[in-house]
Design a protein. Sequence first.
Length: 299
Amino acid sequence: MAPISTPQTPFGRVLTAMVTPFTADGALDLDGAQRLAAHLVDAGNDGLIVNGTTGESPTTSDSEKDQLVRAVLEAVGDRAHVVAGIGTNDTRHSVELARTAERTGAHGLLAVTPYYNKPPQEGLLRHFTAIADSTGLPVMLYDIPGRSGVPIDTETLVRLADHPRIVANKDAKGDLGRASWAIAESGLAWYSGDDMLNLPLLSVGAVGFVSVVGHVVTPDLRALIEAHLSGDVQKATEIHQKLLPVFTGMFRTQGVITTKAALTLQGLPAGPLRLPLVELTAQETAQLKIDLAAGGVEL
């Protein structure tokens, strides 16, 4: 049974896009995934995104994806939303992954914009509609043109919002003006997908975060959103400014790389990366320690 949600917050407010722990030889570390999932929920996450980009989904097999969803559900599925990333640039494959995730028991789906093949807006509309038609699960769109090459236009978001199972959008456009219009016109539950813009997006109508830095600062993210909701703008701003070194440090290079390094520094499950991602250098690790310490993260 998934935790209680509302139409305004269908997946809760604070979610972390969880890394996929691997063993020293590069195999899936299911025990580590369960321990990390429990740690993140204990820290205050309402939900976890499993098999997203931060979970190295481009380099995990369909079988590994299913095993990971099962493991995380077993660990925290009774107290957090477990949302399965199922997005690919092949609609048929995405539909297969969506159906598998539903059979496994996932509480929702994250569907990223198809990447590399650069479909037109009509193609995006049909792609996301096919996914939403294929299961009974609620769907969160993921709009990240920096990775996909194609933004989801506001008009397309409005049309997609008519589908009863397309309920939310993870926004990594980095465009507050377009976000303002899309939130107002679509009525979708809006989640910040860009940690540096968490507070600004709340100010224009977002309801929560899908975070990478949540791996290390979930309590601060909860405090920030609670301050905002209570109308304490000054406190929310102070928390945002405190976290600026973390936001910066965790994205000096690819976010999965720094996140796994940070988790390793804290003694939490992470393990190695799969190529083409590579570990931080000693110099980069030293800088990460400085950045995290400046944001109040204990290592």
